[in-house]
Write a protein that binds this ligand. Structure first.
Ligand SMILES: [Zn+2]
Length: 205
């Protein structure tokens, strides 16, 4: 990186030398920009077979945008509107996240983690992150719909079998708490497998 030396030396040179050094630095940065543009331009083209160094292409992890959006509320300690809490959790469930993963992404482990971000939670069982988030979402649905129940069913559309699924609890065996999948649904099987692995590793969920 010849230009980098120019950047490092710029501060020690007389004032008249600063401009050339700055130009060298900008030229180096422009070269980096061209390299990145060229890399993007060639991503869909075959790589040369000889005499070329093959640069590694980084595969970015799949990002659940709904989950990231929900986590941003908790990260900023900003109030989540009722309809947004319902929409984002349902979208995250549809995208494949279990309630324990949603709670973990939002950093929800105990009651103080939801204080000020969601209105409140009525939860059944232990005070766990998934239970608090699940209960908060139920309460938002109760508020929004005027449901007489504080524990209304949370529903989402399964992208695998196409059926509407009702979550009966934030944890437990998926075959028992995810109602509505068609028999043999791949998503249900995946959730069941994830739950089995979590149980085997000593995690609750
Ligand atoms: Zn399904």
């Amino acid at each position: 990186m010849p230009g980098a030396a120019g950047c490092r030396g710029a501060g020690r040179r007389p004032g008249s030398q600063k401009v050339p050094a700055l130009r060298a630095c900008l030229a180096w940065l422009a070269g980096v920009g061209r390299d990145i543009s060229a890399l993007h331009a060639h991503r869909s083209q075959p790589w040369p077979k000889s005499g070329a160094v093959r640069l590694p292409l980084f595969k970015l992890p799949a990002v659940d945008e709904s989950l990231a959006e929900l986590a941003a509320y908790f990260g900023a300690r900003a109030r989540v509107p009722d309809q947004e809490l319902i929409r984002l959790t349902a979208a995250a469930r549809r995208a494949g996240s279990r309630w324990d993963a949603i709670a973990a992404a939002c950093g929800v482990r105990c009651f103080k983690d939801i204080t000020g971000v969601v209105k409140m939670a009525c939860w059944e069982g232990d005070e766990t992150g998934p239970a608090l988030l699940f209960g908060s979402t139920q309460y938002s649905l109760h508020q929004l719909t005027g449901s007489r129940s504080y524990f209304p069913p949370l529903r989402w559309d399964c992208a695998s079998c196409g059926r509407q699924v009702t979550d009966r609890a934030p944890a437990g065996r998926p075959v028992h708490v995810e109602h509505g999948h068609v028999p043999g649904c791949a998503r249900l099987a995946a959730d069941q497998g994830a739950r089995t692995r979590s149980a085997a590793s000593g995690c609750r969920g």
